[in-house]
Design a protein. Structure first.
Length: 71
């Protein structure tokens, strides 16, 4: 019953502009790349503590610190 209802809905078509966008939001000027970096436990613990304190992810904190450093 549910499958038929979904099939009927699909056959009517969808407004592409109304569909939910997929994928991650862009982080900057273009597609993001993963860059492996080695960190010792002490530094990683400090990063995690600061990220928790600021209510951001580890990645957000590292990106913000790098942007500030290179500015």
């Amino acid at each position: 019953m549910m499958i038929q209802a979904l099939a009927d809905e699909a056959e009517q078509g969808y407004d592409v502009e109304q569909l939910r966008k997929r994928g991650r939001k862009p982080l900057g000027d273009g597609p993001a790349r993963v860059v492996p970096v080695r960190l010792d436990d002490t530094l990683l613990d400090a990063i995690d503590a600061r990220a928790e304190q600021e209510h951001v992810t580890r990645s957000e904190l590292i990106r913000a610190a790098l942007r500030e450093y290179v500015a």
